[in-house]
Each structure stands twice: as C-alpha cells, then as structure tokens.
Design a protein around this ligand. Structure first.
Ligand code: HEC
Length: 158
C-alpha cells in the first residue's frame, strides 16, 4: 500500500464515522416538525408556575406531582400554556407523555395529573374551555361537564 492509498483509506474512514455520528445525533434529538416546534415555543414563553393558593388541598398536592413529573423533558410552561383544556384532551395527552421512554409516570401519578389539569383548566382556562364547548354537540358538552363535575365533587369542600 503506498502513502496515497493509506491517506485515502484514512479519509474515507473518517468520513464514514462522521456520517454515523450525525445519524445518531439526529435520531437522539427530539425532532419536531416546524409547526409543532413553533407552537411549543410559544407555550414555553408563558408563565412556568400556577397560583394554586385558592385550590383545595388535594389539588395542591396533585400540582406537586404535575410540576415534578411534567417538567422532566421540557419546561412546565409547555403544558401550562398549551391549547388543551378539555378533560379528554388531557387524558389523551397525559397517556401520550406516559408512553414516552423514561417518563417514569405511574398510573396513580397520571390520574393525579389528570385531576389537577382538569380542575385547573375549569378555572384558569375557563374562557378557552367555554369556547371549545360552544363548538361541541350537546352530548359531547354534557359528557365533558360530567367529567369536570366528578373532579370538583371529589376535591371541593362540601
Ligand atoms: C419523557 C419526556 C416527557 C415527559 C416526562 C413529558 N413530556 Fe410533554 N412532551 C415531550 C415531547 C418529546 C414533546 C413534543 C412531541 C410530542 O408532542 O409528542 C412534548 C410535548 C408536550 C406538549 C405540547 C403538545 C402540542 O403539540 O401542542 C404538552 C402540552 C405536553 N408535552 C405536556 C406534558 C405533560 C402534561 C406531561 C406530564 C404528564 C409531560 N408533557 C411530560 C416529552 C415529555
């Protein structure tokens, strides 16, 4: 093997390694489509905490679970300022997050987070929720209201 061949082989090897690493990095990074990326960036610009001082004690406890578990991969401001407000939107999305590798959210914790977000949305996001329900069918609206009532009945002081 002459010097030129060795040199070419070395360069080829380096190029192959570089390509491999670029591939690994692309798969590892959380690649979001441009629309989702813009949306989550907008959410994350908003407040990163919720004033829970007027909420019942049990909901305050659930806020602790939410603020620990849902800030592991992204800012808590992402769910806080998101477009979700309906109980079914929350249960679907919490399940989606629970299924992400390494989320470490148990079903008990998932339920507490659901109850927190349903309760909180019924108060803090009331305008958004009313707007969504105005577009719903009467049956759909009634089903959503039943789910919200269930959470309030469980936590509000009688
Ligand atoms: C294991 C990492 C991980 C954890 C834990 C996690 N998320 Fe996420 N979350 C992501 C990723 C990745 C995305 C963006 C892609 C997607 O939507 O799947 C995201 C996106 C979101 C969005 C934006 C959805 C949109 O597209 O508008 C919301 C809202 C959200 N998460 C809420 C939560 C809530 C609530 C929890 C706690 C139950 C949580 N996340 C926990 C990884 C995580």
């Amino acid at each position: 093997m002459n010097m030129n061949t060795k040199c070419t082989l070395f360069l080829l090897g380096t190029a192959a390694l570089t390509l491999t690493w670029a591939g690994v990095a692309r798969v590892t990074a959380q690649e979001l489509d441009p629309e989702t990326k813009a949306r989550v960036e907008r959410f994350e610009k908003g407040p990163a905490t919720i004033d829970v001082s007027k909420y019942p004690d049990g909901i305050k406890d659930n806020y602790e679970v939410f603020s620990t578990k849902c800030a592991q991969c992204h800012k808590l401001s992402r769910p806080i300022n998101s477009d979700y407000a309906r109980p079914d939107e929350w249960s679907r999305y919490i399940k989606r997050m629970m299924n992400k590798p390494g989320s470490g959210i148990s079903s008990t914790e998932g339920k507490k987070i659901y109850e927190f977000l349903t309760y909180d949305s019924s108060i803090r996001k009331k305008a958004m929720l009313d707007e969504k329900l105005a577009k719903a069918t009467p049956e759909d609206k009634a089903a959503v209201e039943t789910k919200i009532k269930e959470v309030h009945d469980k936590y509000d002081k009688k």
